[in-house]
Design a binder for this molecule. Structure first.
Ligand code: S3P
Length: 446
């Protein structure tokens, strides 16, 4: 995928943040909305789709495999699907850019179709582990040839009919769960995934919404999701709620910058995603839920967040799956808390778009924050609310969430913080800097 040139940005300390903002559509839900619409028969409509690079990579891939996808001037996306089993052989390799979700979920879809697809990606995605999906999809009969270490570029030769399996997840991963369920859609019989630890459940909700025969039961070994194959999906009208992982940066920003009072509208609060709200409240954050409602089958509210002095906590390990993408933002919040925050039990952070433990350790330490590294997280001693020293340039490492977290840190620092390359933010949050300006923040481009 064409990616904008690297652009450095310098963040100036903010007096206070004020105003109302609306974050873009949920990334996880947007990917799934496009994929399922593309394999339903007939026209689906998607409102509020995240128009970030990752989701556009999914749209391009579904087009390359036969779906007709267009965006109207009304910002509604219309998708004509090809039906389960109807995906076509793409003419070229699929370039997934920076997007792990597109890659792993699409590997699942392709695995049970009689097509052969090569997946490529940028340097970050090409370093990420794919054996976690290669293993179960191999059991279902797909023939996958990967680069050394189970990395991209890789080629999936699907098998049709595929073999339905029962698979217990060895890592808590919604992407692996979803890959197996999507492969199961076109396998004869029942495919089961057992997840010992519950992860985000957007795939289950949306598959059921499209008419798949899917059940969820709780067993002694965990949550068991069963899907009946050779499914017939019916087109849907979907409204995508705002992304809690994007709202996270503004929750932390409004909390740490003295005098702030911010309303973030339309934030998805699915319990499998809302761990950061719980953690910040345990630290003493002032987050008020207004106008709680349901959007697109997901719980949503407007969040009013006011500045508060935080105290350090031992972050409960069982929150990890529901805030796995929010640790970089949490590390920033902890940098301003009174005392020590111990955030462990999150070893998956090592294999995200970057090694988020090592990269945040380097970025925060360079800006005067006291951090200690663990294999599975960080212990951070905060300032008690005073600005951090700042003054350093940090490397975003092709990771949108590192870049956005360090923008937030820069809003309450003695000296400006520079991010070497803010362009990865376009993968998930194209209007991030517009919202910063709306709230009164100040950034200068290098
Ligand atoms: C996602 C699942 C999570 C998350 C990622 C999106 C999804 O990844 O970190 O940003 O949409 O299923 P893992 O499945 O690797 O935990």
């Amino acid at each position: 995928m064409a990616h904008p040139l690297p652009r450095s940005v310098t963040i100036h300390p903010a007096a206070r943040l004020q105003g109302r903002i609306r974050v873009p559509g949920d990334k996880s839900i947007s990917h799934r909305a496009l994929m399922l619409s593309a394999i339903a028969i007939g026209e689906s409509r998607i409102e509020g789709l995240l128009e970030g690079e990752d989701v556009l990579a999914t749209a391009a891939a579904m087009r390359a495999m036969g779906a007709t996808i267009s965006r109207g001037d009304d910002a509604i996306w219309r998708v004509h699907g090809v039906g389960v089993g109807g995906l076509l052989q793409p003419a070229t390799a699929l370039d997934m850019g920076n997007s792990g979700t597109s890659t792993r979920l699409l590997m699942g879809l392709v695995a049970s179709h009689p097509i052969t697809v090569t997946f490529t990606g940028d340097a970050s995605l090409s370093g990420r582990p794919m054996n976690r999906v290669i293993a179960p999809l191999g059991l279902m009969g797909a023939d996958i040839t990967a680069s050394p270490g189970g990395r991209l570029p890789l080629m999936v030769r699907g098998l049709c009919p595929a073999i339905p399996i029962t698979y217990t997840l060895p890592v808590a991963s919604a992407q692996v769960k979803s890959a197996v369920l999507l492969a199961g859609l076109n396998a004869p019989g029942i495919t089961r995934v057992v997840e010992p630890v519950a992860t985000r459940d957007h795939s289950e909700r949306m598959l059921a919404g499209f008419g798949a025969q899917l059940t969820v039961e709780q067993s002694e070994t965990g949550r068991v999701i069963s899907i009946e194959g050779e499914a017939n999906l019916k087109p849907q009208s979907i409204t995508v709620p705002g992304d809690p992982s994007s709202a996270a940066f503004w929750m932390v920003a409004a909390t740490i910058v003295p005098g702030s009072d911010v309303v973030i509208e339309n934030v998805g609060l699915n319990a499998t995603r809302a761990g950061l709200v719980t953690a910040l409240r345990l630290m003493g954050a002032d987050i008020e839920e207004q106008d709680a409602r349901t959007v697109g089958g997901e719980p949503v509210a407007d969040l009013r967040v006011r500045h508060a002095t935080l105290r350090g906590i031992d972050v409960p390990h069982d929150l990890a799956p529901s805030m796995i993408d929010e640790y970089p933002a949490l590390f920033v919040a902890a940098s301003f808390a009174q005392g020590r925050t111990i955030a462990r039990g999150a070893d998956e952070l090592r294999v995200k778009e970057s090694d988020r433990i090592a990269v945040m350790l380097a970025a925060l330490t360079a800006n005067g924050v006291s951090c200690e590294e663990h294999e599975d997280g960080l212990t951070i001693t905060g300032t008690g609310g005073e600005p951090i020293a700042g003054g350093a340039t940090i490397a975003s490492n092709l990771d949108h969430r590192i870049a956005m977290s360090m923008v937030v840190a820069g809003l309450h620092a003695q000296k400006a913080i520079t991010i070497d390359d803010a362009s990865p933010i376009a993968t998930s949050f194209p209007n991030f800097f517009d919202l910063l300006q709306t709230l009164g923040g100040d950034a200068t481009w290098g």
